[in-house]
Design a protein around this ligand. Structure first.
Ligand SMILES: [Fe+2]
Length: 241
């Protein structure tokens, strides 16, 4: 099955509301569609808009900080920079697992990780949440480091997101050991040989499978606009390997 699918020359309109197209600077009129843009309150591109802004977005899989993360995500491009970054890369976590050195495979067999839910995708602490001082204070669901894809039956590494300590940690392992092992896993999983980069044109829809790939966005030229629609696809519970 496909990990990523690209559809070009798409014109998406909301059904109902007379097929009226969204205002590009506001929340989507459909509850499940959000707008990812680098625009500020005045409608012009900015570095920081309280969301992802024009910043680089490091490798991650979407919403791993919830009990049942989305199976897939979809991004639709309304406005994109011209040679101004904002490219999205995807990497293959089936291959990352299959090519993991045997000692690392053994080290993570049957192990799980707590996925930090204190911060949003922009790395900002959620309202009312205190920054944890030690791992025991990090809230979030526990997911296996290796998962079985429910459709393909293949094993994939499932790392979530790497943040500054204290954040995600491996359950039942001393802190220093957990950090060292996560560093090795991330270094392996994010090698360029597992990745493919998409440079956007307007009117494209990309769907990807969060159960077997991670994604990354490069920094955006702050003088250029980037406006996308995003939605996620409901999943079944994670199956541990
Ligand atoms: Fe994402």
């Amino acid at each position: 099955m496909s990990t990523i699918r690209l559809l070009c020359d798409q014109t998406l309109r909301h059904e109902g509301a007379g097929g009226k197209r969204d205002d590009r600077r506001t929340r989507g009129t459909h509850a499940s569609v959000s707008i990812i843009s680098n625009l500020g309150a005045d409608g012009n591109p900015v570095k920081d808009n309280g969301g992802l802004g024009s910043y680089e977005v490091v490798w991650h899989t979407d919403n791993s900080y919830v009990e049942v993360p989305p199976a897939g995500s979809m991004l639709y491009s309304l406005e994109v920079p011209q040679n101004g970054g904002g490219d999205t890369s995807f990497n293959n976590q089936y291959l990352a697992y299959e090519e993991l050195p045997e000692d690392l495979k053994r080290a993570i067999a049957g192990k799980s990780q707590v996925h930090d839910s204190t911060r949003n995708s922009a790395g900002v602490l959620r309202p009312g949440v205190k920054l944890p001082a030690r791992p025991e204070e990090v809230p979030g669901p526990t997911h296996p480091l290796v998962r079985i894809h429910p459709v393909s039956g293949r094993r994939a590494l499932y790392l979530g997101r790497r943040r500054d300590w204290p954040s995600n940690y491996i359950v039942g392992m001393p802190n220093a050991e957990s950090e060292a092992l996560l560093d090795k896993l991330w270094a392996h999983a994010t090698q360029p040989k597992y990745a493919w980069m998409h440079r956007w044109s307007a009117g494209e829809l990309v769907l990807w499978d969060n159960r077997c790939c991670m994604h990354y966005r490069s920094e955006i030229d702050v003088t250029q606009r980037r406006v996308m629609h995003r939605t996620t696809i409901k999943s079944e519970p994670i199956v541990a390997a």
